[in-house]
Design a protein. Structure first.
Length: 205
């Protein structure tokens, strides 16, 4: 009986491994273009509107199919944010509201999958600040970003830019996180980022 039980457990584990591998293969095949496009956008700064439109059409499936792979989620996030930037000045109010609502939905899915990733928290704070901005919520999201990604160069650079856009009420609730960011930025460790954000270490920030 013990032998049969062991064989059954092995079979169950094998089936689980196979199912996970199959899911990963399907996700890779379905969303591999997102990673290529995100890389291309990172190198050139932008991609064509047509390519971006095709990429954005795939993003709802990431949420609906509960895709939680970091590479896919982050590629989708970068393309999503580029789409938000592109549409910020050209969409009618209701369309713009829908664009931001989906961006929020996607980023909350990203946080549910990768709660330790400080960039998702920051990007959600940015999107929420464009919707009906609640200072307490925006501050809490930004504080979480600083807590989880205090020294990631890309996230630090984006956060420093965001500090300059926050309302006074939100700034007052993020003082500790902001001071930590600028202390790092103005130290030797922040040299690489400092060159991208301007001379912030002599302006009283």
């Amino acid at each position: 009986m013990t032998r049969h039980l062991s064989a059954g457990l092995v079979l169950i584990v094998t089936c689980c491994v196979f199912a996970i591998s199959a899911k990963a293969f399907i996700e890779t095949a379905k969303f591999s273009s997102l990673s290529r496009l995100a890389t291309a956008a990172g190198r050139s700064g932008s991609i064509s509107d047509r390519a971006l439109d095709r990429a954005v059409e795939k993003l709802p499936a990431i949420v609906n199919e509960n895709v939680c792979r970091s590479t896919i989620l982050k590629a989708g996030m970068r393309l999503l944010l580029q789409d938000v930037d592109r549409k910020s000045e050209v969409q009618a109010p209701q369309e713009w509201k829908a664009t931001l609502a989906f961006a929020e939905h996607y980023l909350r899915h990203g946080i549910a999958c990768l709660p330790q990733d400080g960039e998702f928290w920051l990007r959600l704070a940015m999107i929420r600040s464009l919707q009906v901005p609640f200072a307490e919520e925006v501050a809490a999201l930004t504080n979480m970003s600083q807590l989880l990604a205090p020294a990631d160069p890309d996230v630090l650079e984006a956060r420093v830019a965001f500090w300059k856009q926050l309302s006074e009420p939100a700034l007052s609730m993020t003082a500790t996180a902001r001071q930590a960011d600028f202390a790092l930025l103005c130290s030797r460790a922040g040299t690489g980022v400092r060159g991208k954000v301007g001379d912030v270490c002599t302006t009283g920030n």
